[in-house]
Ligand binder design. Structure first.
Ligand code: AHR
Length: 520
């Protein structure tokens, strides 16, 4: 049969109509939120932070000294503290990172003028004057209202040095070290729960084998004492990303001695040699970054399965105490300072990752995004007296409603945004219930298309619903000192409720949180 020939104009019109039709077709995800099926509590600490002596995270970003014209309390900048209080930072890891295994705590106590200097060999080779030490860090935690998480120096230090640091911080005895603390201005001991024996022992923390590390953990553990009124939560150095053999060995040798095992996983767009620009990227880069971020889920699952074999009662927590997107450093900055901008892409990764942690709330007890100020995927960027909040900060602010809440079961059926190199769902969802309120956080990973989410709520009657959304016109949108509000949350109203079904349309590349106050 002969196909009739259509005039070219008809073909153009038909194609345009088809394209318009496709554009008009809004993709849909469906979910059932079981409001009466509370799961484990979402540990607040998965919203934790990490601050290392690296670049301008501590010096400039947090610590400006008492004589600075930048408003401060005892040398700690007030604008940064106020912003951190707002997002309810639960726990803060310090002093590193790689820095921790070269840090000698005694150099950071006593009158500042007398504190020895050192070279920060890991990060830019700059001189560290130790003006920010134990007392200043504890003061920061008290000002922010968070718990300290200390990483001891196993790599280049000694068991004795770690043991004495614990005594200095937490003992109320009439002992030489507790009295030294008193002479340095702190009468009462501090409460220090989280203490890690070294950092990345498989790399910058000493290039150890898992067997050697696990034996050293056991040895150190004996000398890290619980002084009256203080109970340590001992964290062993865990694997680098998907190094399951490390987890297996360390759990086999020391699993019964530890309270927690750490895991480090960074999102690298295409590996260490092709991290790419933080702000100039294509949609292919967006996809690759999200796919790498989603690898966090199978990686956690893999380590959980091993931990379950050695610790079926799930007494040992998994602490993802370094995570985040690692881009190329901002051009023109010291590459050793790991300074990078933060866009809508980073915000989406943050929300996806927090959802993964919440999904694994039975084992994941802490997360510490790297890092809090001016380094890697930061909450806050500073430049002299100026400060700007990043899109990632806003995600932590919006999702803080989940902190400590009971996770609710969610059955989600969603199209995929990307299949390769790792599957990325078009929609990610997580829900929790606390104080009579239900919170449902949602992510649309597609940078171009909106998505409709049809959510049936069981076990509760829909009452009032409100929402907040974070989105931006472009994937690369970010906040600058001159335009600090380019990416910021706004009220979310694109939803309707009929009976117990809630239908929301998420804008492209967005993170939204719905708050439901059930009726009756
Ligand atoms: O966060 C930056 C560095 O990344 C940390 O110092 C180290 O632990 C990791 O390799």
């Amino acid at each position: 049969m002969k196909t009739p020939k259509l005039p070219a104009i008809c073909i153009v019109i038909a194609l345009a109509a088809m394209a318009a039709g496709l554009r008009a077709q809004v993709l849909t995800a469906t979910l059932t939120l079981h409001a009466d099926e509370p799961g484990p509590a979402i540990n607040r600490n998965i919203y934790g932070q990490f601050s290392e002596h690296l670049g301008t995270c501590i010096y400039g970003g947090i610590w400006v000294g008492e004589d600075s014209p930048i408003p401060n309390v005892r040398g700690i900048r007030s604008d940064v503290v106020a912003a951190l209080r707002e997002i309810r930072v639960p726990v803060l890891r310090w002093p590193g990172g790689c820095f921790a295994d070269e840090y000698h705590w005694r150099n950071g106590i006593g009158p500042p003028a007398g504190r020895p200097k050192m070279i920060n060999t890991n990060w830019g080779g700059v001189v560290e004057d130790n003006s920010f030490g134990t007392h200043e860090f504890m003061d920061l935690c008290e000002q922010v209202g968070c718990e300290p998480y200390i990483t001891g120096n196993l790599g280049s230090g000694s068991v004795q040095e770690m043991m004495e640091w614990v005594e200095y911080m937490t003992s109320d005895a009439d002992s030489p070290l507790a009295n030294l603390r008193r002479r340095n201005g702190r009468e009462q001991p501090w409460k220090v729960r989280y203490f890690a024996v070294g950092n990345e022992a498989w790399g910058c923390g000493g290039d150890m084998t898992p067997e050697f590390y696990a034996d050293n953990f056991r040895r150190s553990n004996v000398f890290l004492k619980n002084y009256p009124g203080n109970l340590l939560y001992r964290v062993a150095c865990g694997p680098n990303s998907d190094d399951y053999a490390w987890t297996d060995k360390v759990m086999a040798i020391a699993g019964k001695r530890m309270n927690g095992l750490s895991l480090h996983y960074y999102t690298l767009k295409n590996g260490w040699n092709d991290k790419g620009s933080a702000t100039e990227f294509s949609q292919a880069d967006w996809k690759a970054t999200l796919a790498q971020a989603m690898r966090m889920e199978p990686i956690i699952r893999g380590h959980e399965a091993i931990m379950d074999r050695y610790d079926p009662a799930r007494k040992v927590g998994l602490l993802v105490d370094e995570w985040g997107v690692w881009h190329d450093s901002t051009p023109g900055t010291n590459p050793g300072f790991l300074q990078q901008q933060n866009t809508m892409r980073d915000a989406v990764v943050a929300a996806l990752t927090l959802h993964i942690f919440q999904e694994h709330a039975g084992r994941v007890v802490m997360g510490n995004i790297a890092q809090m100020v001016n380094v890697l995927q930061a909450m806050i960027l500073t430049d002299g007296p100026r400060m700007v909040l990043t899109p990632t900060y806003h995600v932590f602010d919006m999702l803080k409603v989940h902190q400590g809440a009971a996770r609710l079961a969610v059955d989600l059926v969603t199209p995929r945004y990307v299949d390769e190199p790792a599957p990325v769902p078009l929609v990610s969802a997580s829900a929790s219930r606390a104080g009579g309120r239900i919170h449902l956080s949602l992510v649309n990973t597609d940078p171009d298309r909106p998505v409709r989410v049809v959510c049936a709520v069981t076990g509760a009657r829909l009452g009032t619903v409100g929402g907040t959304v974070l989105t931006a016109p472009t994937m690369q949108a970010h906040n600058t000192f001159d335009d600090p509000g380019a990416v910021r949350p706004s009220p979310f109203t694109d939803f309707s409720a009929a009976g117990d079904v809630l239908t929301a349309t998420l804008p492209p590349k967005s993170v939204a949180v719905l708050e439901i106050t059930p009726r009756g």
